[in-house]
Write a protein that binds this ligand. Structure first.
Ligand SMILES: [Zn+2]
Length: 217
């Protein structure tokens, strides 16, 4: 990927996140790692109005290379995830309302009634609480980042990581839709769970389609 392509991809995905109400001006961020550079959204700037000249460029230690706007205050989370998972090229962090509600309740996004989340994610686990921008946020994250490409930060929001920047976005988009559907199902009186043999079949399908089994965390 060229620098121009990296900048354009950050802008395109930031616009999509904003349009889908996954981020606001003050919440959420997105970055791409390309060669030895990180391209990240700036702090306190509307993601719906971002242009390539507003994207902040960092080196892998977090030193700012670009002039102009300052990087998201949560950039340390991104740097840490790139260190923990050398295979990924994108980190998406959002405060999408339904997924974030699960994070506030410290409940994993998980179901025994709905085939799509079982096949896609098994479950979206909740990482222990750490205050934003602090080292404490990283204490527990290593276990989750190695077990799953998507997880919740307790009392905070959602993180989606991937080798493909667009797939990091699609995962987060799917998680929000699933969290919304499950919330409505709970309001309607609760899910009707599938029987164990149907669930086993879905896990078999998950393993066939994604190469992954159950998330053990
Ligand atoms: Zn956040």
């Amino acid at each position: 990927m060229t620098e121009r392509e990296a900048l354009e991809t950050v802008v395109e995905i930031s616009h999509k996140m904003y349009e889908r109400h996954m981020v606001t001006t003050y919440e959420g961020n997105f970055s791409i790692k390309n060669h030895d550079r990180i391209y990240i959204t700036p702090t306190s700037f509307c993601k719906g109005n971002l242009t390539t000249d507003k994207i902040v460029i960092l080196d892998l230690e977090g030193a700012r290379i670009s002039t102009g706007l300052k990087q998201s205050s949560e950039y340390l989370l991104h740097l840490d995830l790139y260190r923990l998972r050398p295979d990924i090229t994108a980190v998406l962090h959002d405060h999408s309302p339904f997924a974030t509600a699960y994070a506030l309740c410290r409940k994993p996004i998980q179901t025994r009634s709905y085939f799509e989340p079982i096949i896609l994610f098994d479950k979206i686990p909740v990482c222990n609480y750490g205050i934003t921008g602090s080292e404490a946020i990283f204490k527990d994250i290593v276990n989750y980042a190695n077990a799953s490409d998507i997880f919740l930060l307790a009392n905070h929001g959602l993180v989606s990581i991937h080798a493909d920047p667009f797939k990091a976005f699609y995962q987060a988009e799917a998680a929000e839709a699933i969290a919304k559907t499950l919330t409505i199902a709970h309001l309607l009186g609760g899910e009707h769970p599938l029987n164990q043999s149907d669930i086993n079949e879905l896990y078999h399908l998950r393993s066939k389609l994604t190469g992954r089994s159950e998330i053990e965390i």
